[in-house]
Design a protein around this ligand. Sequence first.
Ligand code: MN
Length: 133
Amino acid sequence: MEASEPFRSDTKRILIIEDNELNMKLLKDVLEAHGYGIIASRYGAKALELARRHRPHLILMDIQLPDISGLEAARQLKESQETQSIPIIAITAFAMAGDERKTLASGCDAYIAKPIRLREFLDAVETFIGAAK
Ligand code: MN
């Protein structure tokens, strides 16, 4: 899925990198319902290009992806001057000791474990970029 609808310039944009279609739909639907603009891909290798092109205010990064890992994609984003200031929230099914440290070491700014609890998730999004409107 590659969604890149034109947004109003004042719409807060979120780039979602997630390969699980159900999770992607859940995240996209709930964020769109709250007024955010969504850019989406299932590939970690697309994250840097999409972030440069669309200048999202926030990136939601799944860790297990079909190509490069979300940790590697986060490293690329944080190494690029153009994209390093964009906050990244890692989303992972692994809730094992050490995972939070690994995601933060890769440059991610926060960590949310699946299964996603929507209220907590939206609170985390608003902490980084505020409400959509
Ligand atoms: Mn995944």
